[in-house]
Write a protein that binds this ligand. Structure first.
Ligand code: FES
Ligand code: FES
Length: 163
């Protein structure tokens, strides 16, 4: 089957039971996306599919024929970091870094959702979302960080959101 991954055409012939996460890591050698729980609970495996953030462990690769997938490798590179990668570094938004690819992919998807005006569980005004710290925390609540770098993660996302 065929995917577009990080702007490149890629082919794989996975077992029909294989998750998108396993195909990215094991078949396509894109190991930037991490496997934490493999149960949709930690967010470490978050990638963007057709611009929307999803948990790659909870979806079968065969459901994504011809989809446009972005992993952390497609967001920035050494010397040319994505603004969120740069902000995470400057704000010390990670400690072990294991959750960081998922956090950053999730934040990219989340900022796009805010730009589209989508509300969240804590939005006070659905006509104009104010991306305050409560909103950032709520919208990033699917991404766990065992090191508890949360305050710095929120600082990094807030800075990029306001830029
Ligand atoms: S590995 Fe997918 S949510 Fe934890
Ligand atoms: S930086 Fe270690 S789990 Fe988040």
């Amino acid at each position: 089957m065929h995917f577009t991954i990080n702007g490149q055409s890629r082919e794989a012939n996975p077992d029909i039971r294989a998750s998108l996460l396993d195909v990215l890591r094991e078949h396509l050698a894109l190991t930037g996306t991490k496997k934490g729980c493999d149960h949709g609970q930690c967010g470490a495996c978050t990638v963007l599919v057709n611009g929307r953030r999803i948990n790659a462990c909870l979806t079968l690769a065969v459901m994504h024929q011809d989809d446009d997938i972005t992993t952390i490798e497609g967001l920035g590179q050494i010397g040319n970091l994505h603004p969120l990668q740069d902000a995470f570094v400057r704000h010390d938004g990670y400690q072990c870094g294991y959750c960081t690819p998922g956090q950053i992919c999730s934040a990219v998807g989340m900022l796009d959702e805010v730009a589209k005006g989508w509300g969240s569980h804590v939005s006070g005004d659905l006509t104009e979302v104010d991306l305050n710290d409560d909103e950032i925390s709520e919208r990033m609540s699917g991404n766990l960080c065992r090191c508890s770098a949360y305050p710095n993660i929120v600082d990094a996302i807030r800075e990029v959101a306001k830029a």
